[in-house]
Design a protein around this ligand. Sequence first.
Ligand code: C2O
Ligand code: CU
Length: 459
Amino acid sequence: TDIPPITRRRALLAGGMAGLLPRPGAGHAAPVQPMTAQPITLRIAPTTVELAPGITRRVLAYDGQVPGPVLRLPEGRPAWVRVTNGSDAPELVHWHGLDVGAVPDGAAEEGSATIPPGGTLDYRFVPPRAGTRWYHTHTMAMMDFSRAMYSGQFGFLIVEPRRDPGRHDREVLLAAHHWDGALPGIPASPEFCAMPRYRYATFNGRLMQAAEPVRVRQGERVLFRFLNASATEAVSLALPGHAFTVVALDGNPVASPAPVSVITLGVAERVDAIVHMNRPGRWVLGPTDPAQQTAGLGRVIEYAGATGPAIWTPPPISDWDYALFGGPAAPPVEDLRLDGIFPMLFERRLTPDGMEGWTINGRSYADLPPLHVRAGGRYLFRWINLSGCAHPLHLHRHHFTILRRGMRRIGPIEKDTVQIGRFDTIDALLVADNPGDTLFHCHHQMHMDYGFMQMIRYS
Ligand code: C2O
Ligand code: CU
């Protein structure tokens, strides 16, 4: 079930401050050509996935594999994906990070259709921008976490750029996932942000011990596309002896690619990083958290001809600071010509069933009124996390631009998901350029199920 590395050359162009300036009438209307081609097909069905010999799990998956097939769609060209639901409950596929319409987006709350058991649905959209996106089930939002939590329904969706300037020799796709958390019989704990919730952790559905190494050659530049497809856990990754040059966050090129030794991905985040292979040997690309390493997360990176044990020398603990990649600091709030500011205060509360619930400005989803925006408007989210847990915040069908973290104004970082730390604050600019109902939610499975979600509505 491993995704083979794909040899090709392409690069990511660094973006600038362009996204910050008002875009007159910005939309996503690429010319739609008549559709003559066949659809890409995906079939949802129960599958047995083998994490390692003798360790199998029965999950729902796409096309019988975990992760699902890598979808590669050309930027700006009509895409057509036909999904068949071979499971026994309604399903939805969400195209995470694609700025598409509310109908194909795949969230029931936004008005997307569900696919009945045995049914088929065509998703048609035009992927507006190149980058590392992904797809996954959105039944997670339907208070159904026992079904979605350890689902195998996720896969890479790579939107290919029109032009390919070529900055790497090889691509390696690695999707992290955690298995077995909310096992029947394990009592629910109210301490969601402290309790270990997994037994196994994998890249591409395979424990490190049981996976083929990733084979590389000296001198190659390898583009790693990392996806954290976990329902609950953040991951921090290192490759001893090598530096990651981060070129894109959530698939969006960064203004100043810079080398780091540790990369952190909150749930649902992606990082694209180029590694220059110049230290022959066998190395472990693994998590800095020993518990996740014990659980099987990692890959051996093997240079051609190298033998011997794989080396793991964890780097010194360092903070993941994506501000490094943002370039010059963004303008102050007063200069942004905003149409509104949305302060959003995140807190936790105990629900009547003794579980931890989550509130935005004192209320939880369904009770929370939508935030209203108008098409073309510019708004600032001011996220303030007083909940005591970190949260991967995600906005559907749009990107937001982070301009401030804590007390610090930073260079613009364009993302669709961001992990907000405990007691952290983030200012993020939203350009409301994609009309239709839009979900904002924490991507932590249980936080979302317990209220951490709000609708953004165009008026
Ligand atoms: Cu990755 Cu609401 O989703
Ligand atoms: Cu959360």
